[in-house]
Design a protein around this ligand. Sequence first.
Ligand SMILES: Nc1ncnc2c1ncn2[C@@H]1O[C@H](COP(=O)(O)OP(=O)(O)OP(=O)(O)O)[C@@H](O)[C@H]1O
Ligand SMILES: N[C@@H](CCO)C(=O)O
Length: 294
Amino acid sequence: MLTVRAPATSANLGSGFDVFGVALGAPADVIRVERAPETSITITGAGSEYIPTDPEQNTVGAVADALEAPATIRIDKGVRPSSGLGSSAASAAGAAVALNALYDRGLSREELVPIAAEGEALVSGEAHADNVAPSLLGGFTIATDDGVTQVDASVPLVACLPETSVSTRDARGVVPKTASLEDVVDTVGHAATLAVGMTRDDPELVGRGLADAIVTPERSALIDGYDAVREAALEAGATGVTVSGAGPGVLAVCRESDRRGIAGAMMDAFDAAGIESRAYQTAVGEGARLYRDG
Ligand SMILES: Nc1ncnc2c1ncn2[C@@H]1O[C@H](COP(=O)(O)OP(=O)(O)OP(=O)(O)O)[C@@H](O)[C@H]1O
Ligand SMILES: N[C@@H](CCO)C(=O)O
């Protein structure tokens, strides 16, 4: 049996819609695989009751198919589905690493990115790689049609998840089809600022670079309490706040010394809106880790 711990991720980071992503130190999915004549899936953990075990409908089934690697797959969900932390992608990335090793396919982590993205196509209709790339490679990733660029980074973060859910498929429905040149120019500037900030481990630059006037305003309108939570995080010292992935999770960038206070302020603001939430005090972290259990 092989075991993989595959981290949650936060995609988009505001200005990098469908392109930027970071691996988070926590939470994570744990995937266990054993060779079998046919793929079967069992699921435990956060939100497991909402996830299909049919391999045709589960992201890990799509990965097993793409790698021609049938297996008994056990998923222990640490990443709650439809919360904005790349739940479906964590399972897909974990399965890709585990099955690649189980069947000695010899593919590199970069080569596994499009394979894990097959799972994302299954659940959201498009094979975007901005969650699977950081879950596989760790750090900060820039996923484009030309491939993935990765840098290790160490930037403190708070990911606050309300007890509500937004499906990626629905959230993609509100993304504007066009944008003004002014907004595009503005977003390019912020995206470049964010990328430089990641290379310097600079929370000020990363926080400033989250700003986006194209997708985030439409997405944040789907999240009850978002404006109050954002305001509370900024008042508590966050250097920037945005929607995590497709939402409803909210991501704050900060200095380490402010992280605890920001987590509390965000949860209090959701609470004042009548919504329970959970905050992860975390940081940009490593990619999927493989354990050989013997
Ligand atoms: N292994 C899996 N883990 C989690 N969700 C899965 C898995 N396989 C299929 N799904 C389905 O995918 C959907 C969740 O994916 P979705 O992209 O909406 O959320 P997410 O991955 O948590 O969010 P985001 O991409 O915004 O960070 C649910 O409908 C769930 O049933
Ligand atoms: N880039 C994707 C990430 C969520 O899966 C989106 O925002 O729709």
